[in-house]
Design a protein around this ligand. Structure first.
Ligand SMILES: [Zn+2]
Length: 287
C-alpha cells in the first residue's frame, strides 16, 4: 500500500515537472518572439532622428505608432511623421475618436477624430444681420461680429458675400447626413457631409457662403472667392477644407466653407498654407 502511494506521488511529481518544463519552453519561445522585435526606447528615438528633442508636440505614448507610420511612409520627414500621427492620420477616419476640447473658444477642433456631444450648443449664439444671410442664421457672438464686418467690407468694395448655412444643431446634422446617405451611400456621403457630432457647423464658428447670384458649389469661380482668399484671414476666417489637403481634413475641397479661428491664428494659417488640423496639433493640443 505504501509503495503504491509512493509511485502515485512520483507520477504526479513527474507530470508536474513535464508540464512546467513544457510551459517554460513555450514561454521562452514567446519571449524570443517578442525579443526579436523589442528595441530600446533610445534606439526607437534614434530611428526617429531624436526628433523628440526638437519639437514640443512629440508624444512618448505614440512612439510605436510613429515607428509604424514611418515604415509605411519612408519619404516623410520625422517631424511630419509625428505631426500626422498626432492628427490621427495613421488610423482610419472615425476611429480612435476623442471628445473635442476647448469648447466655447475659437480654438475648438471638430473633425473625423474629434466630436461634440449631442447636447453641445455653443454659448452666445446670435442671429446674423439678415443683410448678409439667407434667412435667419446663427453664429457665436465673436464669429457673428467678424462675419458681418467682413461682409460689409466686401459689399463696400463691390462684392456680395452671404451666409447660407451656419450653426447646425446635432439633430439637424443627423437629418442632413441621413438624407445624403440615403441618396449617395455612406462612403460617398462621408466625403462631403459630417456624421452627427462630427460636424464643425455645430460649433457655431463655421459657415458656408455664396455670392447670391450663383450656386455655392460654383463659388470657386466667382470674384467673391478671390476676394475671400485675399481678405478672409483679416477677419479671422480660414478656408477650412483646402484643395490638395483632403487626406488631412478628411473632406473634399470646399471653396464655400469657412471657419472662425481669430485674426492671429487665421493670418498664421493663411501665411503658412496650413490646415487647421496641422495648426491644432502643433500649437493648441498640448498647450
Ligand atoms: Zn460647411
Amino acid at each position: 500500500m505504501k509503495r503504491k502511494v509512493t509511485i502515485a506521488v512520483v507520477v504526479v511529481v513527474l507530470i508536474f515537472i513535464v508540464v512546467m518544463a513544457t510551459n517554460k519552453v513555450l514561454s521562452l519561445g514567446k519571449d524570443d518572439d517578442i525579443n526579436n522585435q523589442v528595441i530600446s526606447l533610445d534606439d526607437k528615438l534614434k530611428v526617429l532622428g531624436n526628433i523628440d528633442t526638437k519639437i514640443k508636440y512629440f508624444k512618448n505614448d505614440y512612439i510605436n505608432r510613429y515607428l509604424a507610420y514611418k515604415k509605411k511612409n519612408p519619404n516623410l520627414t520625422n517631424e511630419r511623421i509625428v505631426l500626422e500621427v498626432n492628427i490621427g492620420l495613421d488610423q482610419e477616419f472615425y476611429t480612435n475618436v476623442k471628445k473635442s476640447s476647448h469648447l466655447n473658444t475659437p480654438y475648438i477642433l471638430v473633425n473625423k477624430f474629434y466630436y461634440l456631444d449631442q447636447d453641445y450648443v455653443p454659448d452666445k449664439l446670435e442671429v446674423i444681420d439678415t443683410k448678409y444671410s439667407l434667412g435667419e442664421k446663427y453664429l457665436v457672438n465673436i464669429a457673428r461680429i467678424s462675419f458681418e464686418a467682413l461682409a460689409k467690407k466686401a459689399s463696400e468694395e463691390g462684392y456680395t458675400i452671404r451666409a447660407i448655412s451656419t450653426y447646425r444643431s446635432y439633430d439637424y446634422q443627423t437629418t442632413l447626413y441621413n438624407n445624403y446617405v440615403k441618396s449617395d451611400g455612406v462612403e460617398e456621403a462621408d466625403t462631403y457631409s459630417a456624421r452627427p457630432g462630427f460636424s464643425e457647423h455645430q460649433t457655431g464658428l463655421t459657415l458656408d457662403i455664396d455670392n447670391v447670384s450663383s450656386n455655392y458649389m460654383q463659388f470657386e469661380s466667382t470674384k467673391e472667392f478671390t476676394w475671400m482668399q485675399n481678405n478672409a484671414h483679416k477677419y479671422g476666417f480660414i478656408l477650412r477644407y483646402p484643395k490638395g489637403k483632403e487626406n488631412i481634413t478628411g473632406y473634399t475641397y470646399e471653396a464655400w466653407h469657412y471657419r472662425y479661428v481669430g485674426v492671429v491664428v487665421a493670418t498664421f494659417i493663411h501665411n503658412n498654407q496650413l490646415t487647421y488640423e496641422e495648426y491644432y496639433a502643433k500649437y493648441i493640443e498640448n498647450q
